[in-house]
Design a protein around this ligand. Sequence first.
Ligand code: ADA
Length: 570
Amino acid sequence: MLRTFNQHVVRLSESLDGRWEFVTADDRKAAKDRAKLPKEYSRTIQVPSAWEQLPGLENYRGQAWLRTAIPAAEGVALRLVFGGVSHTGDVFVDGKHVGHHYDAFTPFAVVVPGLAEGSHELVVQVDNTFGDHSALHWANDYYTYGGITRPVEIQFVPEVFIEQTHATPKREGGTWGLDLAVRLVNWSDTPLKRRVIVEVADGAVDLGAVTVKPGATKVVKGSLSDLDVQPWDVKSPSLYMLETLLLDGDDVVDDFCDRIGFRTVEVKGEELLLNGKSIRLRGHNRHEDHALFGNALPVAAMVNDLELMADMGCNFIRTSHYPNDMRFLDLCDEMGFYVWEESHARSVSFDHPMFREQIADSTREMVEWHFNRPSIVIWGCLNECASSSKPGRVEHKRVIEQIRKLDPSRPVTFASNKDDNDLCFDLVDIVSWNIYAGWYYREPAEATAYFENLWKWAQKPENGGKGKPVIISEFGASAIYGTRGPAKAHWSEDMQADVLDSLLEQYLNHPHIMGAAIWMFCDCRVDREWFNRRPRDANNKGVVDELRRRKLAYDVVKRRMHEAASRWDD
Ligand code: ADA
């Protein structure tokens, strides 16, 4: 299942998760027809999963093909929805190329009309190589796995179907309302008229009848007001099912259900307000990575991560450095976490030939697919990119403006490592710095002085950060699980615990710091090709390791976060 709940009652949809046939390009080296789609599939693989979990493929980087059989029926099109293919997927039905998608971390859908009733062949060609075709995935400080790494669903859609409903909550006087935008798609070759109704809690609105042109998309707008609902926040994460119905005459021909929460988020001076009340963010950066599953974590493992973070007293997660699995975000909505979600980019080169196109797609897909989530309170982008150069500023401006246009309701930020050389803080609502005082440079006790110099600099009108909220978006130290001792050596758990203790004491108590995110929750695998100096080919700054074994820092973080929670009364 793509989500933790059913999105359709009327539309027939089925999970395609399970065993698929599988073959790699290496397996086909000797084959004469290797330029074509394979005829022979020598292995099987679980979908979703990362192929690195298969014995013998632990380090495989290349192409592979996955095949399964899918049903079709007369009069409806197939809509194939992929939660994530890492990192490039080409989709073929009965040998015909029907879809292409780049980037492991955003979902995509392919609509295939006109198939005869019966069984058909679905093949997905997957590629996780680096080069001129890939600007966002490159040998980096996290690992680019291969495979269909998130769930897949097949849906049967009528000629006009609902692609998405976006709902923006608003507080009007003492009650709640919603601004609505419903996107319809007509895959047929005739204009068709349909009516749209939206229902939530005790409210319903008829958005009227519209004609959708052949092969076109149409957005229908409206609103709901005076709803009798409870607001969402992390302490009481109340969720409601928003149901969009599509009618042909009196018949309901399609539906789209999504879960929403009623909350507002706004920046006021140095504060971030949720439902008008100032909140402080304290938590972790998290990579989707696990020793047993690569980046294809099952729901139980995601829940375990969130339970550990809740136990540590955290209320905040930064999805460094890409949009997360839809089920993980569902759990954040359900369990109550504030999320900073960012489009995919960690220290990427703006000169890469594909950069502009690929960052625009990642950003658009992130906002479009995750628009309705109450847990997401901040959109982020472009982690540690060239924000101190004039050409870099042009790229930041473009991406930040794109996010604001797609969703003006949430504040925007990016994590800077350019200290007091940054040229882009005027473009964002929140100033965020990654500061590694206490690890790569300086002593932990010097962190406050280091931060305050940056803060004073940002307050000068020409530097763009005056009076804005500040997040320390990364800070931390490495520790190799099991390395302990009274000498508190570099890379020991003892040293990491001391560094985090000192940094948390300073950052969680500072009047100008509205949020703090530890780098990071769990150790993650890194690409050896680039980060060849990381012990164990891992980024070892997790508070738990890649198997979620707790390091000494776990209890330190827990004590500091809980102290802060009781001080802030949240
Ligand atoms: C950076 C970066 C992270 C990670 C971290 C580190 O600031 O944003 O992805 O590489 O540093 O561990 O050095």
